[in-house]
Design a protein around this ligand. Sequence first.
Ligand SMILES: Cc1cc2nc3c(=O)[nH]c(=O)nc-3n(C[C@H](O)[C@H](O)[C@H](O)COP(=O)(O)O)c2cc1C
Length: 356
Amino acid sequence: MPSLVTQHLLSLLRIDLPIIQAPMAGVSSPAMAAAVSEAGGLGSIGVGGVNVDGARAMIRDVRARSSRSLNVNVFVHAPAPADAAVASAWIDRFRPQFEAIRGAPPARLTEIYTSFRDDDAMLSMLLAEKPEVVSFHFGLPDPSRIRALRDAGIVLLASATSLAEARLAAAAGVDAIVAQGYEAGGHRGIFDPDAPDDRIGMAILVRILARTLRVPVIAAGGIMDGAGIGAALQLGAAAAILGTAFIGADESLADQGFRDALFSDAAQHTVMTRIISGRPARCLANRFTALAAGIAATDVPSYPIAYDLGKALNAAAKAAGEPGYGAQWAGQGAPLARALPAADLVRLLADEMRYR
Ligand SMILES: Cc1cc2nc3c(=O)[nH]c(=O)nc-3n(C[C@H](O)[C@H](O)[C@H](O)COP(=O)(O)O)c2cc1C
């Protein structure tokens, strides 16, 4: 029998299982989200890396496959302070890597993603398309945007990596908090990447938030199977959100190099680094993360300016047959990943946790 907090969250999200497939910009797909939602979980798409037209097309693609609940995830990062000197030193630093693969670094770096903080077109599109759920990563939009989404009947989630961030999200009117532990794959949702970070693990963070806040808590970080979900629920989470567990799914957009690394010994080692994108993010240890040693945080251009170079380096390397410069985001649970169709994985997770 699910706990009261789980029952409350399931009815709020209009889903059957306390299993949420994490939004993973560039890796999750409309087909994945639809398959997860059809199987009774909550499917998510990450639109942080696409413009409003791309985001609308993704939502409609999910809608064509499923009429069940959908979570659309946006990035709410503070705008990047552009520093031409830092950017040009960054380009120079990576010249040897580009030369080794006979590629050319970009001449200049730009802010490749628009933050939802400032994206009126994205807000209007969401209000028109009305996904059942919208989730925020890296921060919170201003109160008027939150009010507009809530008034449209959209349930709101926000990532928090500390009690302080969770309190801000709850006070802003977010319906449930995603407690993202330090073991989680992908970008750390920390609001200010330059502020001190207590690097709290999922189990402790869930416990602290569940005992302190009145809003439901969703556990994120290192949850790979039914035992992990069950443990998170025991700690007081209302549901679990799994990212790395879905990277190997058939519907995942992860490229072959990423899949090969995930299902090799490389999965035993993950690194939290900001050198790929400009914000701390957990990645499989690879040729790119190996370059992080000795680089000061102040030398890295702000997110997402650094990501402009990171993506160019990966594209040039892939073209040269070198997969080791990918943003192979994955959590510490990576060795437990399984390659299955997303719906089968959801059913397996439910069986493993003996969810009735
Ligand atoms: C490949 C990948 C991409 C991710 N992209 C996003 C994203 O676009 N938006 C977001 O809010 N979180 C993103 N995350 C973080 C997840 O939302 C979640 O916090 C994390 O996957 C949980 O930890 P786990 O990977 O150990 O399950 C990503 C995670 C991974 C592994």
